[in-house]
Design a protein around this ligand. Structure first.
Ligand code: ATP
Ligand code: MG
Length: 246
């Protein structure tokens, strides 16, 4: 039985889909079977970021409403790479109830080592749909006070949904910007304010952003992919330290 991981944030545009894809790719690189589930109905992005966009016929709503079998709506992201996508509907709002996800996710988890549930922005219905069946959560935030406050809200709502294992991913970290903003003395200040144990720190990295936005793999040696690989190792239970220099 695989592990289901919701990637969420509260605030929008902080890198949930980027982290889900980056860590998913790093795990696939290690030989794991990884399924990315895009839960962002109407505003899906993982289809484009994985490069699977052109092949799509069915999506998760087709599975849930019985229009196709789960396997028909799951698409490989490149051949033989161990990474798969269950896309969100291209249009419309989230119509998938948590009760349905609680049935679907355990079924998917039988066939994959990891199922990543990419949450939409906000803490409404889509957030609940993405989070309700997760074994654990990665809460993504950039190191700014608004985002950190939202991460704290997501932390509490996740607990109400029964997700006890919640960890923080600080994304888009840039030392000079962090110092210039001066909102926190150091990263420990961010972690304390969010109230969530740290899981990983991903640096600001235009190489990663440009690759994903074009549906390409990011170079394994780029700084952000190295951070994704470290998080993949931690998910596998390895004690991978956070380096002083990212
Ligand atoms: N570490 C990073 N370095 C540079 N750019 C990044 C990084 N992480 C994310 N981005 C960029 O930030 C933007 C938002 O990222 P992404 O779509 O992953 O966020 P999101 O939280 O999933 O957004 P939404 O709430 O809309 O679903 C994208 O343009 C992405 O390329
Ligand atoms: Mg997203």
């Amino acid at each position: 039985m695989g592990v289901s991981v919701v990637v969420t944030s509260g605030k929008g545009g902080v890198g949930k889909s980027t982290v889900a894809l980056g860590v998913g790719r790093a795990l696939a690189q290690r030989g794991r079977r990884v399924l990315l589930v895009d839960c962002d109905a109407g505003l899906r992005s993982l289809d484009r970021m994985t490069g699977a966009e052109e092949n799509l016929v069915f999506d998760i709503s087709d599975v849930v409403f019985g229009r196709c079998a789960p396997a028909e709506a799951i698409y490989p992201c490149g051949e033989g790479q161990g990474l798969y996508l269950l896309p969100a509907p291209a249009a419309g709002e989230n119509q998938i109830r948590p009760a349905v996800m609680r049935k679907l996710v355990p079924v998917l988890s039988r066939y994959y080592d990891y199922v990543f549930l990419d949450s939409p922005a906000g803490v409404g219905g889509g957030f609940r749909t993405a989070a309700c069946a997760a074994d654990r959560a990665l809460i993504v935030c950039s190191p700014d006070p608004v985002c950190v406050r939202n991460a704290g809200a997501a932390r509490e709502l996740l607990l109400k949904l029964g997700v006890e294992d919640r960890r923080l991913v600080i994304n888009r970290f840039s030392g000079p910007l962090f110092e210039a903003t001066g909102a926190y003395p150091d990263l420990d200040g961010v972690i304390d304010a969010a109230g969530v144990r740290l899981f990983g720190v991903v640096p600001e990295d235009q190489l990663l952003a440009a690759s994903f936005l074009r549906g390409r793999k990011a170079p394994e040696m780029c700084a952000a992919m190295k951070a994704m690989s470290r998080m993949a190792g931690r998910l596998e239970g390895e004690a991978v330290p956070i380096p002083d220099e990212l």
